[in-house]
Ligand binder design. Structure first.
Ligand SMILES: [Zn+2]
Length: 436
């Protein structure tokens, strides 16, 4: 890594991150270097320990009540490690899982304590929740395979992304600490008719399939689960407060298919693994790209029992429009994106008026084969006059529609239908003096 001490490796879910890390740890150990593999959640300790074991990588565990062993490779809870800094012998290599957390204080403390260590961070999204980059921590960025490649190789299931018309009023949401104010989105999403529509779309697009439903808050998640149940669809809500045995039982029932819809807020994110899950329902509008990628890609893990699986993503809040589809080509950089809207990338998506599939601009809808009007193939000479007419009427209609737009959501809907970019929205909002 050309003398760079701190490298961030970008690998989407499905790239086999834990295996990559286990391999790197093993390679270092073979060279006699000590490795600290730092993770920030109990589940991740268990999971990586299992993978390391399966790959024959001897290791110890540093966690509450566990103080590691003499092996060169140690898997450590970041918080436990941070409390025992003076007692630990300095590792030659530190590997960070979920490195997008690495600007947090604890992680900085660790790096400051072991300034000589080589640091390798792994993440699917080298950006912080607030959109800032990881440039303060890492000196170089190495890009692993892209989501597109992983789908091609069969490491991820292909997906169909649906963006039904947004029923909730998401006008004028305020942003705090890098994401929408929770109480505001809760109020707008936690409405019977909106949840009712979510259930309708589930029945239409993913009926009987196991789905994770990401909600805004606990109350919202509980309501959603209740309403699914009332509609005859086995559903349950779990969260961080749910007692461990109850939570475990719920996940087991979900795994076995007894429960179809698992409602939660953000519990089911990093390190939750149910390959049989086929669908995800997005009910939480977010400004966070990291969260969007984590949530939308959740059902894309391939299922050996179901090799033809196509993950179904139902986005009720237009997150795809803010952040793009899961397989969007992303130009990751270590510096954060600029604070103003001009710093955002252009995302141009089209929403099929017939089946609501959101897709990159193309003459035919990949979901249902719907042929977009402008691309009707026929005798060009004969069609010419007609097309001009349609164009004029269309243009007028289009102008009127933009004229009628009252808020950002209206503009987003228009842009989504027409395949316009984020920049168009910002520009229109400016012209129309609509506040974000
Ligand atoms: Zn379609």
């Amino acid at each position: 890594m050309q003398g760079k001490r701190r490298t961030c490796l970008v690998a989407p879910c499905g790239a086999g991150k834990t295996v990559i890390m286990a391999w790197m740890a093993a390679q270092s150990a073979i060279r006699g270097q000590s490795v600290l593999f730092a993770v920030h959640r109990q589940e991740l300790i268990d999971q990586s320990s299992e993978t390391f074991k399966a790959l024959g990588v001897q290791h110890g565990i540093i966690a509450p009540g566990l103080s590691g062993n003499d092996e060169l490779v140690q898997i450590g809870s970041i918080f436990t490690v941070a409390r025992r800094l003076t007692k630990l012998s300095p590792p030659a290599v530190i590997i960070y899982d979920e490195a997008h957390h690495s600007t947090a204080n604890t992680w900085r403390k660790l790096m400051a304590a072991f300034p000589e260590a080589f640091v390798i961070g792994l993440t699917a999204t080298p950006a912080r929740l607030d959109g800032s980059g990881l440039g303060a921590i890492f000196e170089s960025l190495v890009l692993g395979p892209s989501v597109k490649q992983l789908i091609e190789w069969g490491n991820l299931a292909p997906f169909q992304y649906y963006a039904p018309p947004i029923k909730a009023n998401l006008e004028g949401l305020r942003v705090r600490y890098g994401d929408y104010v929770k109480s505001e989105i809760e109020f707008r999403m936690d409405q019977s008719e909106i949840i009712g529509d979510v259930i309708e779309q589930y029945k239409k697009l993913a009926n009987g399939k196991r789905a994770i439903c990401y909600c805004v808050s606990r109350v919202h998640s509980e309501h959603t689960a209740e309403m699914f149940k009332a509609a005859g669809i086995p559903a349950i809500h779990i969260d961080g407060e749910t007692q461990a045995p109850v939570r475990k039982a719920a996940i087991e029932q979900f795994r076995s298919g007894e429960i179809k819809v698992l409602c939660n807020v953000d519990l089911i994110s990093e390190g939750f693994d149910v390959p049989a899950m086929e669908a995800v329902i997005l009910m939480r509008p977010t400004q966070s790209l990291t969260l969007h990628i984590q949530q939308s890609m959740r059902p894309m893990r391939p299922d050996t029992d179901n090799p033809d699986k196509v993950a179904i993503i139902i986005d009720h809040v237009g997150n795809c429009y803010r952040h793009g589809l899961p397989d969007e080509d992303r130009d990751w950089i270590l510096e954060g994106k600029k604070k103003n809207s001009q710093g955002q990338r252009e995302i141009s998506l089209r929403q099929c008026p017939k089946c609501y599939v959101a897709h990159r601009p193309s003459p035919v809808c990949p979901g249902c084969g719907y042929l977009y009007k402008a691309s009707v193939q026929s005798d060009p000479e004969q069609r010419k006059g007609e097309l001009v007419k349609i164009d004029e009427i269309d243009r007028k209609k289009r102008r009127q529609e933009v004229g009628k737009a009252r808020n950002i959501t209206d503009l987003e809907q228009i842009a989504l239908r027409r395949g316009y970019s984020l920049r168009w929205i910002s520009k229109m909002a400016e012209i129309k003096q609509i506040m974000r």
